[in-house]
Design a protein around this ligand. Structure first.
Ligand SMILES: [Zn+2]
Length: 74
């Protein structure tokens, strides 16, 4: 069961909801149904970890743009 984070547009409170198919989405504080779905902290962190690594830069010894060790191929 996915857990989503929401913030209430009416009272501004943030909360997490375990969302089932029959779950009624409403604020636990004011029972408003005007909710903003938040990106989960876990998903954000995972996306950051999955970000491609930047190239290490030119080789320090020969300046080859493919990075350190590229000059060994020549
Ligand atoms: Zn509310």
């Amino acid at each position: 069961m996915p857990i989503f984070e929401y913030s209430c547009q009416d009272c501004g409170s943030g909360f997490e909801l375990l969302v089932r198919s029959d779950t009624v989405l409403q604020c636990p504080q004011c029972h408003s149904s005007k909710l903003d779905k938040q990106l989960s902290v876990f998903a954000t962190a995972a996306a950051a970890d999955a970000a491609p690594q930047l190239p290490a830069g030119p080789c320090g010894s020969c300046g080859h743009p493919d990075g350190p060790g590229a000059c060994a191929l020549h």
